[in-house]
Design a protein around this ligand. Sequence first.
Ligand code: TYM
Length: 349
Amino acid sequence: MSTSGSTPPPRNNVQTAGRILSGIQPTGNLHLGNYLGAIRNWVGLQKDYECFFLIVDLHAITLWQDPAELRRATREVAAGMIASGVDPVNNALFVQSHVPAHAELAWVFNCVARIGWLNRMTQFKDKAGKNRENASAGLYVYPNLMAADILVYKATHVPVGEDQKQHLELTRDIAQKFNNDYGKAVFPLPEPVIRGPGMRVMSLRDGAKKMSKSDESDYSRLNMTDDRDAIALKLQKAKTDPLPLPATEAELEGRPEAANLINIYAALTDKTIPEVLADISGLQFSAFKSRLTDIAVSVLGPINAEMQRLMNDPAEIDKVLSRGADKANAVAGEVLKEVYDTVGFLPRR
Ligand code: TYM
């Protein structure tokens, strides 16, 4: 049996390279890791692929969220995507809770995924921490909902940062098991698209931890809404080591904080690591950090300004998201019907 699934139909009668689905949580602040690891890649991919970009509010409440803050952050993520260059007219940009098929397919996947698979998910272990018994059941089945996000569009490609790789592998396992269990190639096996030096942006305070919205210290990340002063201060305070800046890639070995800053420089300037090392050779760390500040401000500054402008008109953001949900519902509803039929649910007459 083939497990490739059916090919998505062409967009506006133009054949695309495939169908993309990717998502982001509306919790806390959008940060440089989200931008370099995900959003920037989406902007590059949208001309060749039919794209579905999702703000995952159902995932967000696996940990308690303040309702007013969740609404604000949901609009801010939409503004951040649009300000970064995501085109909401030719793609579907929408909120997960506006498309019920996500939660409905997730239930089916709760019955397909094995408990042993979920037990291996490192993100659950990280987020639940020591008090596992007290974690929400939603947090535990989080990966099944993520698989539903992707497969309810029969997405072929999923651009993410490296931290999401394990979830993508689980999505492929679920797709394969569903296809095998029902003897029908309903789902394609989606490919992760993980690339560029921004695929793993680490905390500015600890080179062993990823930059994250949930880190207690705001000094650990550059937020997409930070102004020049905040960026300069955070980079000045960013942890480094007592050695001089490295001259070769080999000298970066075992120096996670220096490697992270150089990686960020490379990602923001679209240069390779050797090119960056040539650029910064002979600089002190402090001069390097000032240069990195200028670069970060030149990339994030215009995005930030556009985000502020968009956030001044929340009704317009809501309209854009509603249009996105209409497009998404049309596709997801059909796939859900096919799944319900495949598993043997009666059709509604
Ligand atoms: P989230 O909201 O944590 O992150 C959104 C995207 O940003 C990437 N990212 C990073 N990339 C590089 N370095 C970092 N420090 C960094 N931090 C975050 C993530 O890899 C991701 O691509 N479970 C997902 C949301 C999700 C999803 C989906 C993604 C739900 N359904 C379906 C893709 C497809 C998450 O929590 O991402």
